[in-house]
Design a protein around this ligand. Structure first.
Ligand code: ADP
Ligand code: ASP
Ligand code: MG
Length: 456
């Protein structure tokens, strides 16, 4: 733990915040303005990880591969061109050569070799960003150091969505990272880690928020700041509801529900380490820090009945039918064991006498972007049950307080849904949410109606 008299803040900058030289300069001025910011976690520049994900496909046509490599190089060199010194150019050259070599190896590889190579390739975006931001800071006279997070972020070996080992991370971070913060600003990478053998792993898409929260917990930080492209957390994604309102203060529980139910602004796992370590989290806009943002804390003054709407696209509904379910024991245990073996985390569940319906979250799946429902999974399920799969669904969650114990909420929600078809409706497990599944084509209209009725 850090000494209370020397507070240390962790700041995380997302993809748009490190997209170009101007954006990196804005990050630098935020870092400089608060001397307690000693650890900085960066994402890949906007658009880089998406391209790297495409490049992980072994069967990509060569011309596509070349186009993507050039586009990534153009993003990184546009920043290098604004920096002085030949060393930074040489360092970026080396990373981009490594990227091209990995892509070449992926194009010749099959089976189990692919996942570790893919994670090494995906790490290039974050590695470039941390190099570049370190250089921007150095040019402003800040004593900054680029730190390879794989030295401390120990994970299991599950490529694409590795699970961090918090105890090892804490030991490593206190030993190897914390001492550097006394005299330097440490710039490091989000999203990536390494297994026991030193193979690079990734934490799943959008994982840099999670990395930053884990580092803040490990270092006993006094606060975690998530700098992004909006000035805080809104009552709904402002891209979906134009008159969504910024929220000044949120409790950990509300924020955790929002993140879990798809408010892309925070990776779903971000709040857990913050809540465990009671680290307050600030969310603000890199381009306009003066506008303030949202504070997420253990206790907050207001506890409104309706706080926000979260929406998660890319949901799949899997319905398993089996007459064996009737009056039998162990059917669900068997079904869940198979899903667990395929590393599928089940979200919502409803059951009837002979069937069980589950939602699977494609957006929360691994870094590879591959479909969750594979032939291997369906083959393993076939002897147990008949499976029906529906795609293109979206999950809409109403987040608030005392939802499970307030009468009249259901009718207001159903009224806003109107005559659209609801594929699943879940309420009861949490006091903070009520959620339902609808066709993705209808979700924006329903969200706007619901927002107007509950949150305006
Ligand atoms: P970063 O690259 O900084 O991690 P993300 O794109 O992952 O940024 O997250 C920021 C985006 O999250 C915003 O541009 C916004 O569209 C979206 N978003 C989703 N839900 C919310 C919400 N409730 N409040 C604010 N932004 C939200
Ligand atoms: N660069 C990674 C992604 O795009 C991680 C992150 O941005 O948080 O998913
Ligand atoms: Mg993000």
């Amino acid at each position: 733990m850090t000494n209370a008299s020397t507070p240390l803040q962790v700041a995380k900058f997302g993809g748009t915040s490190v997209a170009d030289f101007t954006a990196l300069s804005q990050c630098a001025s935020i870092i400089v303005s608060d001397p307690t910011t000693r650890v900085v976690v960066v994402s890949a520049a906007a658009g880089v990880t998406n391209r790297l994900v495409e490049l992980t496909q072994a069967d990509l046509p060569n011309n596509e591969r070349q186009r993507l490599l050039k586009e990534i190089a153009a993003i990184e060199y546009a920043i290098v061109d604004q920096l002085s010194g030949s060393e930074i150019r040489a360092a970026v050259d080396a990373l981009l050569t490594q990227m091209a070599n990995l892509v070449d190896r992926i194009s010749h590889c099959t089976g189990d070799q692919l996942a570790p190579l893919a994670d090494s390739l995906l790490s290039i975006g974050e590695r470039c960003s941390s190099l570049l931001l370190t250089q921007v800071l150095k040019q402003l006279g800040v004593d900054a150091v680029n730190f390879d997070v794989t030295r401390v972020m120990r994970t299991d070996g599950h490529h694409g969505k590795a699970t961090p080992d918090c105890a090892s991370l804490t030991l490593n971070a206190l030993e190897q990272l914390l001492p550097l913060t006394e005299n330097q600003v440490v710039v490091t990478q989000g999203f990536i880690g390494a297994d026991d053998e030193g193979n690079v792993t990734t934490l799943g898409r959008g994982g840099s928020d999670f990395s930053a929260a884990l580092l803040a917990e490990a270092l006993g930080a006094s606060a975690l700041a998530i700098w992004t492209d909006v000035n805080g957390i809104y009552s709904c994604d402002p891209r979906v509801v134009v008159d969504a309102k910024p929220i000044a203060e949120l409790s950990f529980s509300e924020a955790a529900e929002m993140a879990t139910f798809g408010s892309k602004i925070l990776h779903p796992a971000t709040i857990l380490p913050a809540q465990r370590s009671q680290t307050p989290v600030f969310v603000g806009c890199t381009r306009a820090p003066e506008q303030g943002g949202t504070w997420i804390r253990n206790h907050c003054e207001s506890r409104p009945k309706f706080r926000a709407l979260s929406l998660r696209r890319g949901q799949t509904l899997l319905t398993a039918h089996s007459l064996n379910m009737l009056h039998s024991q162990g059917f669900l245990a068997e079904l869940f064991a198979i899903l667990a073996r395929h590393r599928i985390s089940v979200d919502l569940i409803t059951t009837s006498e002979v069937s069980v319906a589950l939602t699977l979250d494609q957006t929360g799946s691994d870094s590879s972007g591959r479909s969750l429902i594979t032939e291997a999974l369906l083959e393993e399920l076939a002897p147990l049950c008949r499976v029906e799969v529906e795609r293109d669904l979206s999950l809409l969650a109403v987040i608030g307080n005392h939802i499970a114990h307030t009468s009249g909420i259901g009718i207001r929600v159903l009224d806003a849904i109107g005559d659209s078809n609801i594929r699943m409706f879940c309420q009861g497990a949490s006091a903070h949410n009520l959620c339902f599944l609808v066709a993705s084509s209808e979700v924006e209209a329903i969200t706007n109606r619901l927002h107007a009725r509950l949150l305006n």
